[in-house]
Design a protein around this ligand. Sequence first.
Ligand SMILES: Nc1ncnc2c1ncn2[C@@H]1O[C@H](COP(=O)(O)OP(=O)(O)OP(=O)(O)O)[C@@H](O)[C@H]1O
Ligand SMILES: [Mg+2]
Length: 272
Amino acid sequence: MSQILSIENLAVTLQGDQRVIEDISLEVPEGEIVGIAGESGSGKSLTAAALLGLLPDRSQTSGHAWWRGGAEPRDLLTLDQRSWNRVRGREIAMVFQDATAALHPMLTVGTQITEHMRVHLQLSRRDARRRAVELLDRVRIPDPEASLRSYPHQFSGGMRQRVAIAAALACQPRLLIADEPTTALDVTVQAGILRLLEELRAETGLSVLFITHDLAVLAALTTQAYVFREGRVIESGATEELLFHPRHEYTKTLVAARPQADDWDEPEQVAR
Ligand SMILES: Nc1ncnc2c1ncn2[C@@H]1O[C@H](COP(=O)(O)OP(=O)(O)OP(=O)(O)O)[C@@H](O)[C@H]1O
Ligand SMILES: [Mg+2]
């Protein structure tokens, strides 16, 4: 199976010599959902930031992040600003924990989704709107036509996250990086979003890198998973194997710390 993304020995030092990522290697096979778990501060979001060229100013990186979702393989750690404009939002898109922050409060949903397409895909206003309706329909927003004219605050939290996913998918990215996209949502709404990501993967071959604190979400959604701690990968492998037979002491602690460990028998029902 081909890897759409291969991170090799990523290290990140922030301004003032603060070493925040020590050594991360990770692969995302094309068309799969790969998970990253790990305690707060372990470097999950900064890894995502490195993959999108969004590290804080004056950060230093070493290692490689080979991206094979474009015309030719490229190391994301060495892209210039011009190349980022082609890759970010277009080949690699992102959704965050807080959809409210990702969406502009004063712009209609329609404007926010079509803007990307008009810039990146050079679509006419009419074609962009048509595609926006399709996207909203695909993420199961009721009455997509009318929703285009609505503002983010008119939607519930779960619906806003769906809109943010639709906006992220507007330019048909090959990889979606999702950083705790369901943490702020209640469990049933969360299950709907997870199901949506799995459908998108199955139907369009989208690859997903999914960051979460929640090991049940990891079990339900991902096939491969990586456990981060203090800026390193301390354990990785097939998700089921990793969660049911953790080898590393730290992963064992993480698994044991989860309150309802027996829920894991049924994760298939949640996501698929
Ligand atoms: N802009 C920044 N400036 C300085 N330090 C930062 C910055 N962003 C992150 N850090 C530090 O880098 C480390 C890794 O942070 P990161 O945000 O990647 O953690 P995380 O695994 O995403 O945690 P969480 O689960 O809380 O989201 C932490 O020690 C954090 O305090
Ligand atoms: Mg984070």
